[in-house]
Ligand binder design. Structure first.
Ligand code: NAD
Ligand code: ZN
Length: 389
């Protein structure tokens, strides 16, 4: 089959590789219908994740059709149209029992590799290198889905492929970001980053009871989407002083809840030697993490900071004094897709949110390298490009 492979920092290539096979009775094989880029892939592309190997297939936000089911699978059959959680979880451990699927004890088949390379056991994520389970990604014609009874969700009739696609990753991540805020009626929620994740966090904030949502980014087309689709007020951080503007918009108090949907901003800096630096415990002279610092300073006293933007390694220049003295609550993590997807498919089917507008480009897999170049540099007003393998 054809697949889009990582072959080095900022190098992708479409290759022919063997078709996947059922390896475990709980596996399913999915023929990929649509597979989208995600901001998390940029961390791989930029070389932030030290356990990528040449030839690894990337991609983790996808939907498709079930073509083969393992003998233990009772709730699915060939021909089912499904959206798949980008996080792999077993459904049987203590963490899964408590709804914390991205912390699953068995989701990462290579947890020991992760401990060694990163110092912590990463979640199991499709197409995210050996430290995150070593699962082949979805930018391919077929993909093996482990623990498929838990990871695959039947797409309701009337919900289109493009709408279901984002229930795989961007929507559950945005929803969890808002959920972790503990929003109370009347709250003002500020969201840094108007990518797929941030935009979905804005819809979710309203679904969970926010009275106002403020979006922060620099790309006019993304801010326009935030206004049009997510009913957000918008701030361009290249045009205004964000701290001043947020103060003014909230009567001097600051937003009640702040969401970081940006993360490492890997794509704006060279990161090739990042992990080497971390390992040597060198002090990294940089003004990062800009968003995290800004959110801590902006948040109202007693407010909540919810972080779904991805970070790795060490973070320097963290304003601990402000966070402590303002009594902020911090919540963060990889998202628990399996917990949220059924509810999100209900929202989509009921018409309260249709994430399909995130899809600005729909291309054949052969254009994968070009698609990532466009997404990384945000050219051609790209928000998400999905490949049709
Ligand atoms: P994206 O690249 O499409 O969007 C990121 C946006 O952040 C861009 O529009 C960019 O202009 C904006 N940005 C950059 N610097 C900023 C700043 N200083 N202030 C405000 N905005 C700024 O990416 P995405 O797909 O939306 O993903 C966003 C983040 O979420 C990434 O870090 C990704 O790794 C992470 N993510 C996390 C999970 C999870 O489970 N926690 C899942 C998916 C994605
Ligand atoms: Zn993702």
């Amino acid at each position: 089959m054809k697949a889009l492979c990582w072959v080095g920092t900022n190098k992708l290539s479409v290759e022919r590789i063997p078709d996947p096979e059922i390896l475990n009775p709980h596996d399913a094989i999915i023929r990929v219908g649509l597979s989208s880029v995600c901001g998390s892939d940029l961390h791989l592309l930029d070389g932030y994740v030290p356990t990528m190997r040449e030839g690894d297939v990337i991609g983790h936000e996808f939907m498709g059709e079930v073509v083969e089911v393992g003998p233990a699978l009772k709730n699915m059959k060939r021909g089912d149209r499904v959206v798949v959680a980008s996080v792999v979880a077993c459904g049987g451990c203590w963490f899964c029992d408590t709804g914390q699927y991205s912390l699953c004890d068995n989701g990462n088949a290579h947890a020991a590799v992760a401990e060694k390379a990163l110092g912590y056991p990463g979640a199991g994520i499709f197409g995210y290198s050996h430290a995150f389970g070593g699962y082949s990604g979805s930018h391919a014609q077929y993909i093996r889905v482990p623990f498929a009874e838990l990871g695959c969700f039947k797409i309701p009739d009337g919900v289109g492929d493009e709408s279901a696609l984002f229930c795989s990753d961007a929507f559950p991540t945005g929803f969890m970001a808002a959920d972790m805020c503990g929003i109370e009626p009347g709250d003002i929620v500020a969201v840094w980053g108007a990518g797929g994740v941030g935009l979905m966090a804005m819809h979710s904030a309203y679904l969970l009871g926010a009275s106002r949502v403020i979006a922060i980014d620099r790309f006019p087309e993304r801010l326009a989407m935030a206004r049009k689709h997510a009913r957000a007020e918008t701030l361009n951080y290249e045009e205004v002083d964000i701290l001043e503007a947020l103060k003014e918009m909230t009567g001097g108090r600051g937003p009640d809840r702040c969401i970081d949907a940006v993360g490492m901003e890997a794509h704006t800096t060279g990161a090739e030697h990042y992990y080497d630096l971390v390992k040597q415990q060198l002090k990294i002279e940089t003004d990062r993490p800009a968003v995290l610092r800004q959110a801590i300073m902006a948040c109202r006293k007693g407010g909540t900071l919810s972080i779904v933007g991805v970070y790795g390694g060490l973070i320097d220049k963290f304003p601990m004094g402000a966070a402590m003295n303002k009594a902020l609550t911090f919540r963060m993590g990889q998202m628990h897709a399996q917990k949220y997807i059924p509810r999100l498919l209900d929202y989509v089917q009921g018409g309260s949110v249709d994430p399909a507008y995130l899809l600005t480009h729909r291309w054949p897999l052969e254009r994968g390298p070009e698609g990532y170049d466009m997404f990384k540099h945000k050219t051609d007003k790209c928000v998400r490009v999905a490949f049709q393998p």
